[in-house]
Every structure is written in C-alpha cells, then in structure tokens.
Design a protein around this ligand. Structure first.
Ligand code: F6P
Length: 338
C-alpha cells in the first residue's frame, strides 16, 4: 500500500488478504471514519455552533459532560447502529450496553468507544480524540449483553483512535498488520495514508505524567520520576523533558511519532476511591495498548500486561504505563524491586 492512498482503498486491500473477510469489517471501519469526520467537523466549529460548555449532565463516571461529549456520542451511535456491521456497542457516555433498535440489521462485531476523549480540553481549544476497540461478537448471540463484552484486550481484532488536533489524524491497527496513520484531507473529504507501519522510537528522553498527583504515587513511580528529574546525575543517567497534554490520544500520538513514556499509574487517591486506576480499561487502555504493542512498544500496569487483564465491568479502570519499550521495562523493573 502506498503513501497517499485513501483509507477506503487501504481497507479494501487489507480485506483482500483476509480469506475469511466478508466486507462487513470494511463497512464497519468506513462507518467509524464517517463518525470521526463528523466529530472532527463539530470539534473544529466549536464555539461557532454553540458547542462549547457543559451539557448540565453527568456521565456514568460522575464526570460533568460537555455538550460535545453528548453530541459526539449521538453521532457515533448514529453512524454505527443502522448499517448491519455491529451486534452491540458500549461507550463511555452510557451506563449500559447500547442495544440496536428492533429490526435493525445485525453484524458480527462489538465496538467499545470513547467518542470524545480528553474533554477537559474542549473549551480551551486543545487536542481531543475518539478511541475505539473492536471485538468479534460471540457466534450465537443476537443481542449481546454486558458479559459478551468482558474480554481481555488480547482478543481485540482491531483498535484505533482519531486525533482532532491541528490536523485530524486516524490511526489504526488490525491484529498482525501493524499501525497505519491517515490524515484527513478536508477539501477532498477522505483520510489519506501519511505514515505506514509506524514503529515507536526506542531511544527516548520524554515522559508524561500528571505531576500534581505526585504526593499520592506509589514508591516505584516516585523512584522513576525522581530519576527522570535528576537527569544525568540520577540513576537513569540521562536528561529528560516533560509533556502533559491531558488528552490521552494526543499523548499516545506523540509517543508513536517521537517516542516517550506516558503514565497514569494507580495511586493512593484512586485507591481511596476504591478504583483500580484513572483511565478506563476497555475503551481507553486496551485499544491504546494494542496500538502501542503493534508499534513495538509496551503497555503495562507496572505489575501486569494491560492486554492480559480480564475485565469484570465495562467501565472498569486500570493503571496505564505505556510507550517506548526500554522505559516501560525500567518502570516494570522498579515495581519488581519495590
Ligand atoms: O478521560 C481520560 C483523560 O481525559 C485522558 O485523555 C487524559 O490522559 C486524562 O484524562 C487527564 O487526566 P487529568 O485531568 O487527571 O490530568
């Protein structure tokens, strides 16, 4: 596949190499790309169409929803629910599984998504994104229930995100086929392949963590960040730079582009709330972990590979430490030594 080809062509070509493919997966990716183009347009227009500000409601996590959160969720459902490519859908904004309308054609896939991640950045015009994870629906299930979605990240057949930044970029991976990046050409209305078979640079000197939580961190995380801050004089022996966008999509995109490590570890604050981390496992940590691993990086909680976690709830949370292999291995080692 050549740089400059369209996402549609890329998907059709990929499907040709999968003997079991029926065209449904191609249709599903096309539906997702339509949803992302619509959300990109809304995010871009923002204040011009009165889309900024709060929606005066809370999502299942008890977080205040922004108008764009609510509308992006509607756009996502609208683009996917009627075309016969999915059997069921879960999003961050809805407490339970979304059941397809009666009579709507059913497909073989399950999708889990965060239609607009990083929403604290919407009103301040900083990058946000859509994240999605695709699973195969169990064969004999007509209307999937919660337990049908509760599968470890290793079972994802594809995952991706769309970053709404200075340009709109769609990144996705299908198991065993690497990570591809497409940039939306707005005049043309198509995502165009701009980087193929992305590999995360292994040599890195950049870390991303919300340092305002440092008093709550566990000792191995404190040890790692202290070493980064100590630079050449510290135990890692090199100088680091720090970034924190507060949009996981933007952080992962930066890591895919120039390497680095991103951490939202478990800490005393989240433990006190009875939570296992800050980020959501099934539609944030899992799809991003699949992308990072397919691009040659690592993704771990510090104690366990994220993709191996057996989920118990659709909205459960997990600690996330991902990025360049060498640095993630170092943090895992600090956990083992603690
Ligand atoms: O929903 C999760 C999220 O918005 C991520 O995209 C981002 O990494 C994180 O929250 C930011 O968290 P905080 O506001 O604690 O820095």
């Amino acid at each position: 596949m050549y740089i400059g080809t369209t996402l549609t062509n890329y998907i059709i070509e990929t499907q040709r190499n999968l003997p079991e493919a029926t065209g449904e997966f191609t249709g599903l990716l096309n539906d997702i790309s339509v949803a992302c183009k619509r959300i990109s347009d809304l995010v871009n227009k923002g204040g011009l169409i009165g889309m900024l500000g709060s929606a005066d409601s809370e999502n299942v996590q008890g977080e205040t929803q922004k108008q764009l959160d609510v509308v992006s969720n509607d756009v996502f459902i609208e683009a996917l629910a009627h075309n016969g490519h999915i059997a069921g859908l879960v999003t961050e904004e809805m407490e339970d599984v979304y059941h397809l309308p009666k009579g709507a054609p059913r497909g073989r896939y399950l999708i889990l998504a965060d239609p607009l991640d990083g929403s604290s950045n919407i009103d301040v015009n900083i990058s946000v994104g859509t994240i999605f994870s695709i699973l195969k629906a169990p064969d004999d299930v007509e209307d999937p229930r919660t337990e049908d979605f509760l599968r470890p990240g290793t079972e994802q057949i594809a995952a991706g995100y769309c970053l709404y930044g200075p340009s709109t970029t769609m990144v996705f991976t299908t198991r065993g086929h690497g990570v591809q990046m497409f940039t939306l050409d707005k005049d043309f209305g198509e995502f165009i392949l701009t980087r193929k078979d992305v590999q995360i640079p292994q040599e890195t000197q950049e870390f991303a963590i919300n340092v305002s939580n440092s008093r709550f961190w566990e000792p191995p995380v404190k040890r790692y960040i202290d070493a980064c801050l100590a630079g050449k004089e510290g135990e890692i022996g090199k100088d680091f730079n720090m970034r924190w966008v507060a949009s996981m999509v933007a952080e992962v995109h930066r890591i895919l582009t120039r390497g680095g490590i991103f951490m939202y570890p478990i800490d005393e604050k989240t433990k006190a709330k009875g939570q296992r981390g800050r980020l959501r496992l099934m539609y944030e940590a899992n799809p991003m972990s699949m992308i990072v691993e397919q691009a040659g990086g690592l993704s771990n909680t510090g104690r366990k590979r994220i993709l191996d976690i057996q989920p118990e709830e659709i909205h459960e949370r997990a600690p996330v430490i991902l990025g360049s292999k060498q640095e993630v291995e170092r943090v895992i080692q600090f956990h083992q030594e603690a």
